[in-house]
Design a binder for this molecule. Structure first.
Ligand code: GDP
Ligand code: IMO
Ligand code: MG
Length: 428
């Protein structure tokens, strides 16, 4: 039995999709447990590149059951478009299950996401992906959400939909926005419900059975711990918890089933959207990293902000999520940079600190304290063993592992599935 969680340790886009797809070869079940199509997970193999937003990254492994669990918010139209994209790419032999307890993203949630951003002053905008994630989770917690089990029942769906539309239209009218038409949405979305119905089930039961049957389960996080609604850089966060701690709640299994937590980190840092980011820099080297690493959002196409690796962030994630292993990604992107900087601590008002302050004002005054190490010039994109890496690249990985206090179990030297080096076989 294995319960392996793949989590983002930074601000998302660390390479979780690549790691999940890679480990899924040995998994019986692959589970997305939070977020929605705000996520963009890239998988590259056999010369093809896929961007997944809702569907778990185990979908390319025919033997694995892929689950969209109860903690997710699912845009049915986007889910069907993604399935179509996969089918057009020849990915037709897959197993998919959607939780009857997951919440449904409706078009007025997307409009509300945009409205909530529009009414904020520039410095207060979160820079959301505008996929309706926040408003859908808001409805969930105010107990007015539409769950998948409601969505596939025409009578219940209509009843909830008419209340929603009446409520949202009042708000939209007050802000001079267009109203939504209940009947139009109902007809369109009933078709989506019919198309998704065959996949809908109690995924908690399915997962518990898998664990009882001694299966290997892989949980795929979206976003990153610093975007966590509880432990992230609030309010510049998403509306769910992308930590391993949220897995039991968001999937309906016991915490005791979790055996490993793999923290996925870039060899540097990126962030897309607003909010302070202590190690951010914007010079020729940042430009080089952005272009070599193709650091543009998978979901929105926005350029990602670039920073040096921040081990205060990684130790924060280790505390709030638990990490048993690190997977260091995009190491190849640092090739050719003479000196690499790693943040070890922050200075806040003259004091050295090793935590992320809760107050965003305090966090914004944190100055990174760096150590510097020498870079390497050799092409590392064909590396298959740790010992093949140039000495300085080996040293860089060793320093990260020591500073975070977590062993490196994998590292990655290119986007392709084959450009992955395993130090410890976690799924065995
Ligand atoms: P996720 O959201 O955590 O799944 O990450 P994204 O897919 O949004 O962003 C990671 C990007 O880095 C994608 O374009 C990947 O194809 C790419 N990538 C992943 N690992 C590597 C690597 O080791 N080297 C390079 N050059 N690109 C990588
Ligand atoms: P993956 O899974 C990077 C960011 C947005 C914004 C904030 C809130 O690909 O790593 P939201 O739409 O969730 O309300 O936006 O969170 N964000 C991400 N950044 N990767 C992601 O997902 C993200 N999902 C949300 O840019 O700053
Ligand atoms: Mg991404």
């Amino acid at each position: 039995m294995k319960g392996v969680v793949v989590v983002g340790t930074q601000w998302g886009d660390e390479g979780k999709g690549k790691v999940t797809d890679f480990l899924a070869e040995q998994a019986d079940v692959v589970v997305r447990f939070q977020g929605g199509n705000n996520a963009g997970h890239t998988i590259v193999f056999d010369g093809e590149k896929y961007a997944l937003h809702l569907i778990p990254s185990g979908i390319f492994r025919e033997d694995a059951i892929n689950i969209l669990a109860n903690g997710m918010v699912i845009n049915p139209k986007a889910a069907l478009e993604e399935l179509k994209m996969l089918q057009q790419g020849g990915i037709t032999n897959f197993q998919l299950a959607i939780s009857d307890r997951a919440h449904v993203v409706m078009p007025y949630h997307i409009e509300m996401d945009a409205l909530l951003e529009d009414i904020k002053s520039p410095e207060k905008k979160v820079g959301t992906t505008k996929k309706g994630i926040g408003p859908t989770y808001t409805d969930k917690y105010s107990r007015m959400g539409i769950r998948v089990c409601d969505f596939v029942n025409k009578t219940v769906f209509y009843d909830k939909l008419k209340d929603h539309v009446a409520f949202y239209n009042t708000v939209f009218q007050a802000f001079g926005k267009e109203s939504f038409d209940v009947q139009k949405i109902y007809e369109e979305y009933c078709d989506y419900a019919e198309a998704l119905k065959p996949y809908v089930t109690d995924t908690g039961l399915l997962l518990n059975k898998a664990f009882e049957d001694n299966k290997k389960v892989l949980f795929e996080g979206a976003q990153g711990a610093l975007l966590c609604i509880d432990h992230g850089t609030y309010p510049y966060v998403t509306s769910s918890s992308p930590t391993a701690a949220s897995v039991p709640l968001n999937t309906g299994v016991s915490p005791q089933y979790i055996t490993d937590v793999i923290g996925v980190t870039k060899a540097y840092s990126t962030r897309v959207g607003s909010g302070y980011f202590a190690t951010e820099f914007d010079d020729d080297i940042a430009h080089q990293i952005r272009e070599v690493g193709h650091e543009y959002g998978t979901t929105t196409g926005r350029p990602r902000r670039i920073g040096w690796l921040d081990t205060v962030v990684l130790r924060h994630t280790k505390r709030v999520s638990g990490l048993t292993g690190l997977s260091v990604m995009l190491l190849d992107v640092l090739t050719g940079i003479d000196t690499l900087h790693i943040c070890t601590e922050y200075e806040l008002d003259g004091q050295h600190i090793d935590y992320i302050p809760a107050s965003i004002d305090d966090f914004s005054r944190c100055k990174p304290i760096y150590i510097s190490v020498s870079g390497w010039k050799e092409d590392i994109t064909k590396t298959t063993l740790f010992s093949d890496l140039p000495d300085n690249a080996q040293h860089y990985l060793n320093v990260i592992s020591e500073l975070v206090g977590v062993p490196i179990v994998m590292f990655s030297v290119g986007p392709d599935r084959t450009q992955t080096v395993v130090l410890e076989d976690i799924m065995k």
